[in-house]
Unconditional design. Sequence first.
Length: 73
Amino acid sequence: MAIILMEEVLMGLDEVKASLEQAMTVLDVLVDDLSPTLGEELRAELEHTLRQPLRSRLEVLEHLQTMVDALAA
């Protein structure tokens, strides 16, 4: 029973990670495609309020996956 639960947790974490990675990809494209006329302020705001927090959440998620993997082994 515990093995099944751990596998479900790992699958859920994989889904969350894929969603975060997709969000990062969309933000990367959005920021890269911003018109210079919109200014660097908007680009910096997107970087500060969205991209950096998503990156740090991905790092935390990867750490959690490593911990759960170790517990499942």
